[in-house]
Design a protein around this ligand. Structure first.
Ligand code: CMP
Length: 135
């Protein structure tokens, strides 16, 4: 069964949105297979966001994602990678449609509440980076 990584970012943890986000995933019918809260190291953040290292927002992104605790979870369900991406909404707060997580809770491109894997390849790499016992 397909799996994806969902990260609840420091802005969402600070704003007490952990329960709201997990509830949306469970109501949709996805299964939480693994779940933890962590203050990730700069090294882990850099590995996770390696593909963005040449972007102008990269330093701000690493600083933000390591600025406080995050909640990481592996979700499982049919087509869950695409489903969770749709539920998260567009990265741009202008394009993020109301009803999506970003559409409902964020006006900021950087501090955008959640991260979700964007393909089967990246989801398996991202899950391995953060969870040892899940395949
Ligand atoms: P995420 O889905 O975690 O993937 C990369 C992250 O970089 C993204 O969410 C945002 O937090 C951030 N990001 C992407 N584009 C921009 C941008 N144009 N300006 C600032 N931050 C960005």
């Amino acid at each position: 069964m397909e799996k994806t990584l969902l990260i609840i970012k420091p802005d969402a943890v600070e704003r007490r949105l952990i329960g709201e986000i997990i509830q949306r995933m469970e109501r949709k019918g996805l299964e939480v297979k693994a779940l933890k809260m962590e203050n990730i190291t700069v090294e882990k953040a850099e590995k996770h966001y390696e593909i963005h290292k040449d972007k102008e927002f990269y330093n701000d992104l690493i600083e933000f994602i390591t600025s406080g605790p995050i909640v990481l979870m592996v979700l499982e369900g049919k087509d869950c990678i695409s489903i969770v991406r749709h539920m998260a909404g567009s990265t741009s707060p202008i394009d993020a449609i109301p009803g999506t997580i970003r559409g409902d809770f964020s006006t900021d491109t950087l501090k955008n509440i959640v991260h979700t894997s964007d393909s089967i390849e990246t989801s398996s790499i991202e899950i391995k980076n953060f969870f040892k016992n899940i395949n």
